[in-house]
Design a protein around this ligand. Structure first.
Ligand SMILES: Nc1ncnc2c1ncn2[C@@H]1O[C@H](COP(=O)(O)OP(=O)(O)OP(=O)(O)O)[C@@H](O)[C@H]1O
Ligand SMILES: [Mg+2]
Length: 250
């Protein structure tokens, strides 16, 4: 079953065309990778899906229902959660309080604080943050703050989780731990995942299907092996573009 459809999405900021006619879909239960160089439009695509930006043109539908134009809280309640590339904890609250706050929102909001705390503690255990539950979020290491982003998103009980570079800046050991954790929570909660990652090996290993953006346009999609062999993708990453690949082939 197709869970998410992005249909011909375009979005400009002033003169910058961040997304140009981008279409793709995500099947329920799948892990789809989203890759592209800096400024390719990946985060903007997440913002459009999650309702933080409205597309200029195009539609997003989730579980068969059109969601573009809805506010982020409505989209969150519908079952989509995102993490932020630049981590955004409530810095003065503890780790537990951050996650418990998120548990009061989303698809299955906890009605009572005790219920929110209970759910938050379970999630903290699952993502490996139980030992820092009572520390202020601002005091956490980067790896833990990235996990906290995932924990807050999970607390809103999503069906589709959008992960924006949760491995960026982490050591190889931390990347490995994050990958294991992501696969575990996916299994436990039956999640569908859309993952932005510059750590190429992690993206290739996690995803069954990869979509590649370049200067706001989708230049390729396919299996990790197909993407690795794609000349347009290689050219884009070597600083050229689709035309450079074409020129190289002639
Ligand atoms: N709110 C905004 N206002 C103006 N320009 C923006 C805004 N958000 C994004 N852009 C521009 O849109 C383009 C796409 O940015 P975006 O953040 O989506 O890229 P990205 O693929 O996520 O890059 P990165 O890998 O660096 O995170 C960039 O040129 C960026 O400067
Ligand atoms: Mg980004």
């Amino acid at each position: 079953m197709t869970l998410l459809v992005a249909d011909r999405i375009s979005k400009s900021f002033g003169g910058v065309r961040a997304l140009n006619n981008v279409s793709f879909s995500v099947a329920e239960g799948e892990i789809v990778g989203l890759m592209g160089a800096n400024g390719a439009g990946k985060t903007t695509l997440f913002s459009v899906i999650a309702g933080h930006n409205r597309p200029d043109i195009g539609e997003v539908s989730f579980d068969g229902v059109r969601i573009n134009g809805l506010k982020p809280d409505r989209i969150c309640r519908a079952g989509i959660a995102r993490t932020f590339q630049i981590v955004r904890p409530f810095r003065g609250l503890t780790t537990l309080e951050n996650v418990a706050t998120a548990a009061r929102f989303g698809a299955r909001p906890a009605e009572k604080l005790a219920e929110a705390n209970e759910r938050a503690l379970l999630i903290l255990e699952e993502v490996g943050l139980l030992d820092v539950a009572h520390q202020p979020a601002a005091a956490l290491t980067l790896a833990s703050q990235k996990k906290l982003e995932v924990a807050k998103a999970l607390a809103t009980a999503p069906r589709l989780l959008l992960l924006d570079e949760v491995m960026a800046g982490l050591t190889p050991t931390e990347v490995r731990a994050m990958m294991t954790m992501v696969l575990e929570i996916r299994e436990r909660y039956g999640l569908t995942l859309l993952v932005i990652e510059h750590v190429m090996r992690a993206l290739m290993e996690l995803s069954r299907h990869i979509v590649v953006l370049h200067h706001g346009e989708k230049i390729a999609e396919g299996s990790p092996a197909e993407i690795a062999d794609n000349l347009d993708v290689q050219a884009a990453y070597l600083g050229g573009g689709p035309s450079a690949a074409g020129a190289a082939g002639t």
